[in-house]
Design a protein around this ligand. Structure first.
Ligand code: 8X3
Length: 250
């Protein structure tokens, strides 16, 4: 049967690339995001290849997450694949100068939001005896860097949650894949630097960064692996990148 995939943060960046790649596989798609206009546009584009349903909510809003998933129509209720992609970096700076609103945004979105969505979707997978959860983490969850402590901590939490979910859910036939990308050129840096385009562009200067499609390719590999294979953890770096903050630029 055609799998149904729910993707958070599906209207841009890595989420959009995954939605596009899944659409080529003819998966049924539950496209989630905060911008209804973008969701509508995406639905229009992707419905050429696959059936789509949109859900407009912010993962940080616990009640909205619960309501959105609880009110899915009957023929969209069985979710085979959950892509926990929504998340972002907000601001950068030393801990003693950190903007607490930025910290809240990162912890609420990257950690609590991922948990809210998982809590709403996983019981259905347990009841069905199968499922696949893909958590989009980051190299920042494996290596902490200066001025990024809170973002790195939020992604370290994702790493721990991937392990925790695997320990709790393997017995129910649910696979967990943790994907940790390095430098991917998306609107990520623009959000991190609060719209400062020059500063964001500098991040990707002098080397070929990863594209969102590179990450989507890896996710497709994980979700199409044979039933007896779990791709547990993938770290994906740009070829010029040796570590989170070590990039060889020309
Ligand atoms: C984004 C990757 O290296 O900019 O998650 O933190 S990095």
């Amino acid at each position: 049967m055609t799998p149904t995939a729910l993707i958070t943060g599906s209207t841009s960046g890595i989420g959009l690339a995954i939605a596009t790649a899944f659409s080529k596989l003819k998966y049924r798609l539950i496209l989630c995001g905060r911008r209804q206009e973008r969701l509508d546009e995406l639905q229009q584009t992707l419905s050429r290849d696959s059936a789509c349903y949109t859900l407009n909510f912010d993962v940080r809003d616990r009640a909205a997450v619960e309501t959105a998933i609880a009110t899915l129509p009957a023929d969209w209720k069985t979710i085979d694949i959950l892509i926990n992609n929504a998340g972002n970096a907000h601001g950068m700076g030393p801990i003693h100068e950190g903007d607490v609103d930025d910290w809240d945004a990162m912890i609420d979105g990257n950690v609590k939001g991922l948990l809210y969505v998982t809590r709403a979707v996983a019981p259905g997978m347990v009841a069905n005896g199968h499922g696949h959860i893909v958590n989009i983490s980051s190299i920042a969850g494996k290596q902490t860097y200066a001025n990024g402590g809170v973002y790195c901590a939020s992604k370290a939490a994702v790493e721990a949650l991937s392990e925790g979910m695997r320990l709790d859910l393997t017995q129910y036939g649910i696979k967990i894949t943790n994907v940790a990308p390095g430098a991917v050129e998306t609107e990520f840096s623009l959000v991190r630097f609060k719209g400062d385009e020059a500063r964001a562009a500098k991040i990707y200067e002098g080397f070929s960064p990863l594209t969102a499609t590179d990450i989507a390719d890896a996710v497709v590999y994980a979700v199409t692996a044979p039933p007896h294979v779990t791709i547990a953890d993938m770290t994906i770096l740009a070829s010029a990148q040796a570590a989170a903050t070590t990039i060889h630029r020309k």
